[in-house]
Write a protein that binds this ligand. Sequence first.
Ligand SMILES: O=c1nc[nH]c2c1ncn2[C@H]1C[C@H](O)[C@@H](COP(=O)(O)OP(=O)(O)OP(=O)(O)O)O1
Ligand SMILES: [Mg+2]
Length: 210
Amino acid sequence: MRQYPSLHRSSSTGEADKMPMVLLRPVTFVTGNAKKLEEVRSILGQSIPFQSLKLDRNHPFIPSLVSSSVSNFDSEKCLNYKVNQKRYPRKRPDRLQSRKWFLQKTGHEGLNNLLKAYEDKSAYAMCIFSLSLGPSNEPITFVGKTQGKIVPPRGPNDFGWDPIFQPDGYEQTYAEMPKEEKNKISHRSKALALVKSHFASASYIFETDA
Ligand SMILES: O=c1nc[nH]c2c1ncn2[C@H]1C[C@H](O)[C@@H](COP(=O)(O)OP(=O)(O)OP(=O)(O)O)O1
Ligand SMILES: [Mg+2]
């Protein structure tokens, strides 16, 4: 049987399925967002061997997500799709064509204005990592959520909606917090904590050239 070149199981018997999988290349974190990459680097440190691959959302194989208008389930499904497309590109189906970005359209002010009519400004930030171990494995997803509220923008405007998201229990927005502080409590760090524990318990064996 031909094996996918990036990995193989140590053995194919049922019992041995529990044996650690050998990974022949570092985990590839696919993102076109330098700020995300910066956070992931700083949160992961040396814990998992990884490399990054920049493919922006205009890449022909990548359908865009409108995170604010899809359910958790859809986000996961779309992200899994995205991960598989990025690693095993096919022609993208029509129904997942690019859409405009919500935040880009409304801006921080617009989002606040939308909420003016509502007393409840509560929100959560959600991060989903989808790990693909190859075309014959279902992607594994890791979800991190941080509860908070939407507020008028405060702090540096250099990363998405950071200025308008104030996590519960804090007086500062994500943008106002020192980076290390955001990275301790963020949706991204919670998702990465799950990724880390997955890697710890799966005990993957990295046999990469690097
Ligand atoms: O922690 C965050 N704090 C503030 N803003 C954030 C954060 N995380 C994502 N964002 C923004 C970036 C983009 O405006 C939108 C979602 O887009 P999203 O597809 O996840 O990011 P992206 O297209 O920039 O990079 P990628 O190549 O990883 O898809 O939310
Ligand atoms: Mg994107």
